[in-house]
Design a protein around this ligand. Sequence first.
Ligand SMILES: Nc1ncnc2c1ncn2[C@@H]1O[C@H](COP(=O)(O)OP(=O)(O)OP(=O)(O)O)[C@@H](O)[C@H]1O
Ligand SMILES: [Mg+2]
Length: 238
Amino acid sequence: MAVSGKGGVGKSSLAATIGRELARLDQRVLLVEMEPGLGAFDLLLGLERGVCSLSDFLDGRCAAKECILSVPGEPGLWAILAPDERDFAYDPPVFAEKMKGLAGSFDFILIETPPGFGLWFEAAKNAADEAVIVATPDLPCLRDGRAVSDRLDERPQIRQRLVINRLDVKLFCQRRPIPHLDFAIDTVGAQLLGVVPEDRELPYRLGAGMALPQQSGAQAACRRIALRLLGQAAKLGV
Ligand SMILES: Nc1ncnc2c1ncn2[C@@H]1O[C@H](COP(=O)(O)OP(=O)(O)OP(=O)(O)O)[C@@H](O)[C@H]1O
Ligand SMILES: [Mg+2]
């Protein structure tokens, strides 16, 4: 489950890139995009918008195999695209039940929720074992991350971890939007899973449906996050 308080912090970009890295580590990975009417995974993953989306799957209009799209050039990676209907209403028990039904077929199901709270957040919270709170290293975003963490506390069995995205080390050291990275961890109240650098290339690559280049800092950071999700030791690399 990838969540945030604020929008636009990088949930889709990181879910797509971490998903690719997990698949390259021989995992079977399903990406699920929840945001009704505002999906981006088709563009990020080079997928055709199909007839069947998440709403068709949840309402039983399409079978799982019709909604689960295979990501081109990435064996081991699949996606269910966001509902086209802007006003699609999630039913948390149905969502949890449907995800449970898919769990046996995948090693990881990465669910991206829209920012903030709503029925989608409740639905993902009911279904998830782990939550990755994505935040940029500034106080407004981290404070909203804390609000998300507090809501996730309502389901104590969810393991919560934090990913700090878009860190520009030089600018951070010059401007100090927060005193240090430990401050971010203390503010959100979740263990640090990874730190992803600001990458000027990222919007252009991902926006065109391409993976990040192997040598890029953001790609390497997502690789280390994937390794840690697998329980392997990998440095933070900040
Ligand atoms: N590490 C990064 N470096 C540079 N740009 C980034 C980085 N991460 C994300 N971005 C850019 O930030 C913008 C928002 O990213 P993205 O769509 O992944 O956020 P989001 O949290 O999924 O947004 P939403 O809340 O609308 O779903 C995009 O233009 C993306 O390319
Ligand atoms: Mg998104």
